[in-house]
Design a protein around this ligand. Structure first.
Ligand SMILES: Cc1cc2nc3c(=O)[nH]c(=O)nc-3n(C[C@H](O)[C@H](O)[C@H](O)COP(=O)(O)O)c2cc1C
Length: 166
């Protein structure tokens, strides 16, 4: 439970790399996410290259933190195998598992949205040479946090209704 409450978006990182065994854990967590009809339509592109990070920053204004991050994971989904319209939900679940696994391993991370921004999606799909059926979903930027702000308090009891809206 602590991990869930501790997760926050981190956009400043130290120079420390993400360790191979931690990356394996994070990717294993991503692949443990549920998918509609168990299609497992997601794949993950692991990006460490600084030049590629610069190219991402050039096409995604809200992802400038990639310029100082050691690692980014591009979550993509195969629309040929996703069940009906569930590709975004499947990729969301995988993205959230990445954030939580990164938190568990004491890394900071942030979800940068690609889907459903058409312009960003096109630019990222071109940059990574994705085939027509493979859709860019999110960029998850990961690194040791250089930001010690506490997580936001998300608790809002007024969001909870019992049995029906009223
Ligand atoms: C679908 C989605 C897209 C997001 N895109 C971006 C983004 O492009 N850049 C960014 O800095 N944060 C992005 N975020 C992170 C949100 O800004 C962040 O989760 C929100 O402000 C709440 O803060 P917290 O994660 O620290 O709780 C995105 C989050 C979601 C769920």
């Amino acid at each position: 439970m602590d991990i869930l409450l501790e997760r926050k978006s981190v956009r400043k990182y130290t120079n420390e790399d993400v360790k191979k065994w931690d990356l394996d854990y994070i990717l294993r967590a991503a692949m443990s996410a549920p998918t509609a009809r168990n299609t497992r339509c997601y794949s993950f592109i692991v990006i460490k290259d600084k030049e590629t990070h610069k190219k991402i920053a050039a096409v995604h204004k809200a992802a400038q933190m990639v310029l100082q991050a050691p690692l980014t994971i591009l979550v993509v989904g195969d629309q040929n195998i996703a069940f009906e319209g569930y590709l975004p939900q499947d990729c969301s679940a995988a993205t959230q598992n990445i954030l939580l696994a990164a938190t568990a391993k004491r890394y900071g991370s942030v979800w940068c949205g690609v889907y459903s921004n058409e312009e960003r999606s096109k630019a990222i799909e071109k940059l990574f040479n994705l085939p027509e059926n493979i859709k860019a979903f999110s960029l998850v930027v990961i690194g040791k946090s250089a930001d010690n702000k506490p997580p936001k308090n998300g608790w809002q009891p007024e969001k909870i209704k019992y049995e029906a809206w009223k």
